[in-house]
Ligand binder design. Sequence first.
Ligand code: CTP
Length: 395
Amino acid sequence: MLGLTGGIACYKAAELTRALIKAGATVQVVMTEAAEQFITAVTLQALSNRTVYTSQWDAREANNMAHINLTREADAVLIAPASADFIARLLHGAASDLLSLLCLARPIERCPLLVAPAMNREMWAHPATVRNFAQLVADGTTVLGPGSGDQACGETGDGRMLEPDELLAEMIAFFQPKLLAGKRVLVTAGPTFEPIDPVRGLSNRSSGKMGFAVARAAAEAGADVTLIAGPVALDTPRHVRRVDVTTAAEMHAAVMAAVPQSEVFVATAAVADWRVAEVAGEKIKKKEGQGVPTFALVENVDILAAVAALPKAPFCVGFAAESGDVLANASAKRLKKNVPLIVGNLGPATFGQDDNVLTLIDARGARELPRAGKLALARQLVAEIAARIGTAAAS
Ligand code: CTP
């Protein structure tokens, strides 16, 4: 159930409705009278493909109890935008319009309430609003955002409603089981880039998609996630702390700095195995008659093996990108790097793709996770990790 209250951010609710429907949700829209000043029910009906409710006196329901019927069908109520006035009404259990009435009448145990505040920064910072939100959270409501930035009034600050794609990600995360609640997870992702000179370098075709999916899935499962990313063009998953690095040496340093605070380490990065021994300070020029340059290479530190060898090593998960015989190669890598779990996959077939096949290998044997999207696979991997580290939620 998507509730709209009065605010200019109502225009974002149209896009949100569309995004939720596209993601497979059924969206029942309810609007307050104030929301109708900003956007019409016609728009939201067309986008949700369901008639919109605006009044507690709506006679369309056979029993004339829209406030009961609507929430009995809903998995959650999301108020977006949630105005300061509506929040104040919610807080006091007021029930003078359909939306506040149905929030009050919803089965509190199985129909959670989420609110996405949208208001001017002064309104958001006002002691009354601060007090109201604190009480709302104490009453079990989940507050999404707000964001910060330019406001419709011309001012800049906190209080903007989250963007539709951010709210969609929040809603999806809300429904994931909290298998890693409170756990601290460190993830490496993407390739590394080893410079040869100021314009050239050695790298590989890793896109970082699998590692970013693992970071997102871990965050959705309630973990505190640090993502150390090589050079990739991907958005940071919500609530993930991201550290950008370029070379394997930088990735190694960033991992070592973060590892003492981590209980799980997932190494998805395709770390370059070698770097050139001497990086040229200036661009290397072609010189007629002098042939082609040659480079001496030195080996980079194996970050995963180094972490696994620490006296207080976190639970380590390696990835093995192979070009063939995944099972044999990945099993050998697991023993060589001394990690409890390794995930084998075919590098050339998956780099840059949105889906993958994973082979999970531990001391007990191998298990294949059949072809699926990288996020779906990452969620399965998170469940496997949670089961192995014995979190209360997973057992
Ligand atoms: N890895 C790492 N540091 C390196 C090389 C690899 O942390 N310098 C990690 C990767 O993140 C991955 C695992 O080790 O989790 C295996 O990486 P992969 O490139 O498949 O194996 P390599 O050890 O590099 O072996 P090879 O290239 O010979 O297959």
